[in-house]
Design a protein around this ligand. Structure first.
Ligand SMILES: Cc1cn([C@H]2C[C@H](O)[C@@H](COP(=O)(O)OP(=O)(O)O[C@H]3O[C@@H](C)C(=O)[C@@H](O)[C@H]3O)O2)c(=O)[nH]c1=O
Length: 182
């Protein structure tokens, strides 16, 4: 497993070692000890999520407030997504900055997004299957959405014909109006 730093100190790309042979491939998609050693702290995941989306679907930018913030280890097992994390910790030197990674069924890369970041992804292939682990349970009342296209963040989304959003995500707040992490 290889860890690749991003421009946001807490956000890491995880690249598993993939073993390919005549039958196909094998890799450890999660190994608690190796993951904790790589990110330098202990982590306890409690929920696994799986979504499928069509091309042009953009989910996010989502986060959950305290007392139930979520760290997320995300990956795309089929298709291609552009995955984004935004630092929304008010006291952080990188507050409001974003990082993006291509996660695909082929490259098998994962993105580790700790608590204190908002998360979104855009589907670039005809469809994409997206899997992720979370460090806390879902709490609908604590969920928040920041606008995917807030110019104050300025995410350079790859071009796709027609972005499709949920009704909730169409109402995302500007970062300046959002409840963020102290
Ligand atoms: C997130 C979530 C949703 N749901 C339900 C609520 C709703 O009826 C349905 C779809 O929910 P949403 O529209 O919020 O799904 P979605 O837009 O895919 O939400 C996800 O987006 C990505 C970017 C994230 O980072 C995730 O944490 C999560 O917020 O699933 C759960 O039962 N458990 C959950 O953990």
């Amino acid at each position: 497993m290889k860890i690749i730093d991003t421009n946001l100190a807490g956000v890491k790309i995880v690249e598993p070692q993939v073993f390919t042979d005549a039958r196909g491939f094998f890799y450890e998609s999660f190994n608690q000890a190796a993951f904790e050693a790589a990110i330098g702290c202990s982590i306890h995941f409690v929920q696994d999520n799986h979504s499928r989306s069509s091309k042009g679907v953009l989910r996010g930018l989502h986060y959950q407030l305290r007392p139930h913030p979520q760290g997320k280890l995300v990956r795309c097992v089929a298709g291609e997504v552009f995955d984004v994390a935004v630092d929304i910790r008010a006291s952080s030197p990188t507050f409001g900055q974003w990082t993006g990674a291509m996660l695909t069924g082929e490259n098998k890369r994962q993105l580790w997004i700790p608590e204190g970041y908002a998360h979104a992804f855009l589907v670039l292939s005809e469809s994409a299957e997206f899997l992720y682990k979370t460090t806390d349970y879902w709490h609908r009342e604590l969920e928040r959405t920041i606008a995917w296209d807030d110019p104050a963040i300025g995410i350079a989304w790859p071009a796709v014909d027609g972005i499709s959003l949920s009704p909730k995500d169409r109402l995302g707040s500007a970062l300046a109006q959002a409840e963020v992490f102290a």
